[in-house]
Design a protein around this ligand. Structure first.
Ligand code: SF4
Ligand code: SF4
Ligand code: FES
Length: 238
């Protein structure tokens, strides 16, 4: 496997710093090296104070979201050489409080899922005519969204309106409206039918473009709007 050197320009910030800055590192990569692996190599061989966050290494946990060359990605599945740039700029997600270097505080973002009444893991009942496996009373259904926050970082409306509910929460609400499982839908629709709710979106679909899990939050927002119109016309039960 051939190797080559790539320059990484990495955003740096520690609590108490007056301003962030960028540090430059050279890393030897091959055709398979991901941005996350390169950052781990920097941390291991050059600067152990570099703060990064990751877990699964396979686009499942949603923890390694960051901006690479200005675009929101999961670093663990972003191939360095396929970026095609001699210098790779790595920055933290936007629209979230910065903790250190490439790590932001996801707490406020996760809180929006609670507000949307979509817990991270939902119990899934068997269909009435489904064959029930012996000893398995229920399945746990994992929703498509991996709570990575890329959509919120990419959303220009979140950047200009801190109260905007944001693409992930709005997509979560549409998911609940589709399958409420006991959740009261009308209050949720009232919540998104607001100045800072789904009417604030300007439909450029940056969120759907960066979503690594095909949730299509922008499309879900449009579906929510249609549901609100149906409700206003008395054509919906919601
Ligand atoms: S489509 Fe709406 S939610 Fe998605 S990025 Fe654009 S403004 Fe934000
Ligand atoms: S909707 Fe997509 S981009 Fe947004 S948090 Fe969920 S998986 Fe990530
Ligand atoms: S490390 Fe889990 S999504 Fe990248």
């Amino acid at each position: 496997m051939s190797e080559q050197k790539v320059t990484f320009r990495v955003f740096r910030y520690k609590q108490g710093d007056t301003a962030p800055h960028y540090d430059t590192f050279t890393v030897t990569v091959n055709e398979r090296t991901t941005v996350l692996e390169a950052l781990q190599a920097i941390r291991r061989d050059q600067d152990g104070t570099l703060v990064i966050r990751h877990s699964c290494h396979h686009a499942s946990c949603g923890t390694c979201g960051m901006r690479v060359n200005g675009k929101e990605v999961l670093a663990c599945v972003t191939n360095v050489l396929e970026l095609g740039t001699p210098t790779v700029t790595v920055e933290p997600l936007q629209n979230a409080p910065l903790i250190s270097d490439l790590v932001v505080d996801m707490g406020p973002f996760y809180e929006t899922f609670s507000q949307a009444h979509l817990p991270f893991v939902r119990r899934s009942e068997y269909l009435p005519d489904a064959e029930v496996a012996e000893g398995v009373p229920f399945h746990m259904r994992f929703e498509s969204c991996i709570e990575c926050g890329l959509c919120v970082s990419a959303c220009p409306v979140v950047a200009s309106d801190a109260e905007y509910l944001g693409p992930a929460a709005l997509a979560a609400v549409w998911r609940v409206v589709q399958e409420p499982r006991g959740t009261e839908v009308p209050p949720l629709l009232d919540w998104v039918n607001s100045e800072h709710g789904c009417w604030r979106c300007h439909v450029a679909l940056e969120c759907s473009e960066v979503c690594p899990s095909n949730v299509d939050p922008g499309g879900n927002i449009m579906a929510l709007r249609q549901e609100l119109v149906r409700r206003a016309l008395g054509l919906s039960h919601g």
